[in-house]
Design a protein around this ligand. Structure first.
Ligand code: NAD
Ligand code: MG
Ligand code: MG
Ligand code: MG
Ligand code: MG
Length: 340
């Protein structure tokens, strides 16, 4: 059984007594910075000169500094820049300015797991990874709840790295929901697998194929959109509440029988073999290498795939349909349709 932590297992005063530098103010960065600040911690956000995030952080009343200035003063440095730039920020702006004994916190294990960042021995190296998007991490905290976190210690230089990790997890609200003990390796490999095989890659492809199959057979795109994309959230909500069993309980017997007889026809055992191949590429570093090589070259493959995805007919249909529905309110003001 996994080891679980809740608010009572952590001492908030530890993180309250630290000066924390949060590097990056994107999805996770803004949530960590604001939640820690609201938990009584002194937070400075470290950003490049001219970064568009500077104004957003300052508008929230947070102290903003360059990365070197934020790091120089900090007992805890939280690295929440994009994974593909973290090693550059670390080498150029963080490592040369890092205080003796300062702790490093990550929100995902990528750079440590694949060796792109190798912190010196004197620093605690921790991970507090919320299992949800940053905007939900902030929204839940503000509503008095929290998003579950997974917590790991890669390097315990101080002998009290776990106490700090749990205090930090409590500060961002994660232990209101619960924390699970893990390792950098387990978090990195399972996170990449989950997003590639099921949550992002698998689900996106499944929805696109479903939409294509219906529209190619002559059904209206608007109706197809509802059946294969919109309703997915309603089904997933039931799964989260009570497992696949609750979803099957709630749908009609017709839908439940169709689930049993057609699900395995669509997602056949070859899909599981493909998943194993995806996992192997994550474990042996091939995915990480391909991602970083493309990013270092200016991300040509990434940009091409993103543009291609945005041109899929389901996006055009969805954009038009969503305009007509007052009941879908955009939750996150940062996101502009079609600008991803
Ligand atoms: P993001 O792309 O939303 O934001 C990145 C931030 O870093 C921006 O504020 C950007 O201005 C800043 N930045 C970029 N280059 C910089 C530099 N050279 N120096 C300083 N700041 C710089 O990133 P994100 O999605 O929040 O991801 C951050 C980390 O959190 C990653 O390790 C990611 O894997 C992890 N994570 C993200 C989510 C999520 O919800 N997006 C969930 C779990 C874990
Ligand atoms: Mg994830
Ligand atoms: Mg991830
Ligand atoms: Mg239906
Ligand atoms: Mg039923």
């Amino acid at each position: 059984m996994a080891e679980l932590f809740y608010d009572d297992d952590a001492d908030l005063s530890i993180i309250q007594q630290k000066k924390v530098a949060v590097i990056g103010y994107g999805s996770q960065g803004h949530a960590h910075a604001l939640n820690l600040r609201d938990s009584g911690t002194q937070v400075t956000v470290g950003l490049r000169e001219g970064s568009a995030s500077r104004e957003k952080a300052a508008n929230e009343g947070l102290a903003v500094a360059t990365v070197p200035d934020a790091v120089r003063d900090a007992d805890v440095v939280v690295i929440l820049a994009p994974d593909q730039v973290q090693r550059h920020v670390y080498a150029e702006d963080i490592a040369p300015n890092l205080k003796e004994g300062a702790a490093l916190v990550f929100g995902h294990g990528f750079n440590i797991r694949y060796g792109y960042i190798k912190p010196e021995a004197g620093h605690d190296v921790l991970m507090v990874a919320p299992k949800g998007p940053g905007h939900i991490v902030r929204r839940e905290f503000a509503d008095g709840r929290g998003v579950p976190v997974i917590v790991a210690v890669e390097q315990d230089a101080s002998g009290s790295a776990w106490d700090l990790a749990l205090s930090y997890a409590k500060g961002i609200g994660g232990l209101r929901a619960g924390g699970i003990k893990t390792t950098f390796t387990e978090e990195t490999e399972t996170d990449l697998f989950g997003e590639q095989a099921v949550l992002c890659g698998g689900a996106s492809q499944l929805v696109q194929y479903g939409f294509e199959t219906l529209t190619e057979a002559g059904y209206q795109p608007e109706v197809a959109y509802f059946e294969v994309l919109h309703e997915l959230k309603l089904i997933v909500d039931l799964m989260v509440e009570g497992g696949i069993a609750k979803q099957r309980w709630s749908v009609s017997d017709t839908a439940e029988y169709g689930d049993y007889v057609s699900g395995p026809r669509v997602i056949d055992p070859s899909v599981k073999e493909n998943m194993k191949a995806v996992l192997a590429d994550i474990q042996n570093g091939a995915f990480a290498e391909r991602f970083i090589a493309d990013q270092d070259a200016g991300a040509p493959e990434f940009k091409e795939l993103r543009a291609k995805g945005e041109q899929h007919p389901i996006e055009t249909t969805g954009r038009e349909l969503r305009k007509m529905f007052s009941w879908i309110k955009p939750a996150d003001s940062d996101y502009v349709e079609g600008s991803a």
